[in-house]
Design a protein around this ligand. Sequence first.
Ligand code: DX5
Ligand code: ZN
Length: 224
Amino acid sequence: MVTLLNERLITPSILSADFGRLGADIEMVMSAGARLIHVDVMDGHFVPNITIGPPVVKAIAPAVHERGGALDVHLMIEQPERYIETFAAAGADSITVHQEACVHLHRTLAQIREAGALAGVALNPATPLETLSEARAYVDLVLIMSVNPGFGGQSFIAESLDKLRRARAYLPAEVAIQVDGGVAAANAAELAAAGANLLVAGNSVYGAPDPAAAFRELSAAIAG
Ligand code: DX5
Ligand code: ZN
């Protein structure tokens, strides 16, 4: 799993999948080569939207793991420390919490690792990188939000590109950098060149007429 996080990958976000046929939609992208599946958890408090929780992670985990994949769980929730063990037990391989939602970030990151998952921290567009000056030694993954969290299908915030470049210089080399929001075939190569090695893609995969083909096209854009 650590090696998966450090590869250059498109990570499809199931937020834009058809929840009525979620298993099939995941299978579709995994058949096209996807290995890291991004799961967006929203609580209606930290962000306005409400999505899915641990039972859904538990339901999809066996098939993803059997195929050699991993579940990358992005918690857009308040007090995420209350749910770390539950998500890890449900099958989350990496758990990302928001810097803005954590009063005791150091403790929460340690809690994620103790629960057996890789630890990620996400930054909203207006949150400076420098808020991670002390935490950067304790994370496996930093997620740079390139939209305001809460919804799929939003437009990429242009300033995020420079933030990615600064993040790559600012963070230890072994820390994975993920970009989330508005990733598309038109900007994927530029985002990878800026330093993102994990590119979350929701609408550009599942909003496409052929999600498998869209995944392949995005993957080709960041290859090499
Ligand atoms: C947004 C979520 C994203 C979302 C991205 O709050 O964190 O993971 O699925 O969706 P797109 O790729 O459609 O911008
Ligand atoms: Zn996300």
